[in-house]
Ligand binder design. Sequence first.
Ligand code: PLP
Length: 383
Amino acid sequence: MQPAELKTESAAYVDANLTQLEYLALNSEMNLADGHARQALTTSQAVIIDSLPELFRMSAETPVEQLESRAHGAFFHALGQHEYPGADGRVLACYSSSVAMEILSRAVVTEIDQMALLHPTFDNIPDILRGVGITLRPIEEDLLHDADLPDSLLDSVGAVFVTTPNNPTGRVVDEERLRRLAEQCREHDVVLCLDTSFRGFDPRAQYDHYAVLEQVGCRWAVVEDTGKLWPTLDLKVGWLVTSANLNLPVDRIYSDILLGVSPLILTLVEHFARDAANGGFAELHEFIQTNRSVVRGQLAGLPGLSFPDLHSTSSVERVQVDGRSSMDIWAALREENVHVLPCHRFHWFNPAEGDRTIRFALARQTNLLESCAKTLRSILADG
Ligand SMILES: Cc1ncc(COP(=O)(O)O)c(C=O)c1O
């Protein structure tokens, strides 16, 4: 394509949401767009998959309550979340974290119409919240990490929503900040909502959040996710976990939407979580670190190019290119059949802030990342 055609191509998609851009990549071998896990199974994960017929039969014969409790027990303990409220029906299994998010949003809007949300973050979070009629106010990431939230903001909203580790930046709310945030929410009777879908990639996000939330005693809800971690072909669970004092119709809305997650998927999650606790997480972290180094190494030294998230351990990597629009780079890469995400839509309040960054998904085979990074290098080197 000529530069003018590339411009037309990028203009046609500038308003697409991130998932629409991810659809375009689904059939490409060079799909670095979505944050789903598409790497090969490890040796011990392959052993679990080889035992699927047996797991299927066992799942069919076991009461679902036991399967659920074994799945969330294995998953939450593997991630250091020992004080999660597993015993009294406050952990709801959903088909995905987006479904958990939809249920939470519909419950929240019965009481609350104004919410503060981290900026930037993955766009389906603001889209779902706005979709149920909630008005959003941005919380800039530096503000969240550096200081208390302003009283005026907390007085004007009924809930605060934070993604930690954040997608795409990988920034993590540490224990001290979470405690202070929870205290502020309790003082202002604001519901604190967390999306921790990416915590499996970052040990800094694996201190016991539930111990902090329960000690402080604010009203809270957490969306957890198995879906980003393991290459299980999107067989996954999103969990919606709530405080006893939340007092919103979460159970009722859950029952409006689903009966439960497949027993086989619950069993799979239990086995993958046990494997993760027995060395699988360490292996995953090393793999992602290798992929991050390969991408950074391939792109190193290009003028105007930088990596804004130097401390991220998450399964995505942002690349900033000064002087080139992210949509133009996205279109030029797409012309070579390489799919990434332009970042403007993560900046749901101010898209212009994301105009110079693209996002690579790192949960892919290393040689694929290497060749896609080389393609980007040659596009940028050609100007
Ligand atoms: C932080 C975060 N939460 C939730 C989701 C939604 O996940 P799913 O598509 O599995 O529902 C995403 C998707 O990438 C995400 O980045």
